[in-house]
Design a protein around this ligand. Structure first.
Ligand SMILES: NC(=O)c1ccc[n+]([C@@H]2O[C@H](COP(=O)([O-])OP(=O)(O)OC[C@H]3O[C@@H](n4cnc5c(N)ncnc54)[C@H](OP(=O)(O)O)[C@@H]3O)[C@@H](O)[C@H]2O)c1
Length: 304
């Protein structure tokens, strides 16, 4: 394969998504235990809308192919997740646009169910917050595993889409701000067994109010912010022990669970939901679109 001498990249000076700049850079040379990956498709994550340090290159999670390999192919250096795609052969199962949406969301979603080896799903009630990438994957997985699913959204139109994917009950958290009380009503005051806590600071207390005795709250994201309101002196210790709750932080991984999940997707014929596909030249618009939260499922960039 003949390789170009330069690559295209989007960089940020941490001064807002509107000011992302497209530049060119020399083609990187992989080290002895690295691979160079030609990216074909990228799916966006919420965190990509808040790039880190000055001059930082904007994130990448996606599908691609190996262009050049080092002596021992182990990991695509610095490219979280790409190694899993390369070596799991995910592209053979679904289109690249769809496959690129799987990595983070899948692993988050499967980790959000019961720990490996523990039965979960049938007979359980699962609460999912919002309708972004993690939430929609969680909805699909929980529904396919036989759980009863309650999902929240700020949009009635999105809640209708969620019903089509198997949501049993829906709550608009804008029109029903005390959605925790609504969850209790829906569950005969018992609460839900598992919560996908995507909201963070402004939602976690309500999650404690509507989790079942012995339930599991998965801390996944902070869509509502990272700081509690000034008048919110929530004592997590007391909240957790009140109902014997497990509060679990979730990070991506491990690889075994992704493999388990891909198999589950095959068996249950689940296809990740892609909201919209943008071209590489439209990457800035794609990130702005994601940051406004109008999507349902994943936002994807097709690189070539
Ligand atoms: N721990 C990890 O390793 C990991 C991995 C991936 C993602 N995450 C985190 O998980 C969260 C979700 O990620 P994502 O990629 O799914 O994000 P996303 O696609 O950008 O999710 C956006 C959606 O979240 C919903 N939302 C916003 N504020 C909310 C609130 N206060 N309550 C309930 N829902 C709210 C909205 O849904 P509606 O429009 O329906 O209202 C919005 O459309 C993010 O915080 C992300 O950083 C963590």
């Amino acid at each position: 394969m003949s390789l170009p001498t330069t690559i295209k990249q989007w960089t940020t000076a941490q001064d807002g998504l509107e000011n992302l700049t497209q530049t060119t850079a020399p083609l990187p040379t992989p080290g002895p235990d690295e691979v160079l990956v030609k990216i074909r498709t990228v799916s966006l994550n919420y965190r990509d809308t808040e790039p880190g340090g000055k001059g930082e290159k904007v994130l990448i999670q996606g599908t691609g192919g190996v262009a050049v390999s080092g002596l021992q192919i182990a990991h695509a250096s610095g490219a979280e997740g790409i190694d899993h795609y390369l070596f799991l052969g995910c592209e053979a199962r679904v289109s690249e646009e769809v496959g690129s949406g799987q990595n983070y969301q899948l692993r988050m979603a499967i980790n959000g169910m019961r720990p490996l080896g523990q039965p979960g799903g049938k007979g359980e009630k699962v609460l999912i917050q919002g309708t972004g990438g993690v939430a929609v994957s969680g909805l699909q997985i929980a529904h396919a595993s036989g759980a009863e699913v309650i999902i929240t959204s700020s949009s009635d139109a999105k809640l209708e889409l969620a019903k089509k994917l198997g949501a049993d009950r829906t709550i608009n958290y804008k029109t029903i701000p005390n959605w925790d009380e609504e969850v209790l009503k829906m569950t005969d005051d018992e609460g839900v067994d598992i919560i996908f806590e995507n909201g963070g600071a402004q939602t976690v207390q309500k999650s404690f109010e509507c989790v079942a005795f012995g339930g599991l709250i998965n801390c996944i994201g902070y869509l509502s912010g990272k700081q509690d309101a000034a008048d919110d002196r929530t004592n997590i210790n007391v909240l957790a022990l009140k109902r014997n709750v497990t509060l679990k932080g979730l990070l991506n991984g491990p690889r075994e669970r992704l493999e388990e999940m891909l198999q589950f997707y095959d068996e249950k014929k689940i296809y990740p939901v892609v909201d919209k596909v943008f071209g590489f030249e439209e990457s800035k618009e794609a990130l702005i679109y994601l940051s406004k939260g109008g999507h349902f499922g994943k936002v994807v960039i097709k690189v070539d």
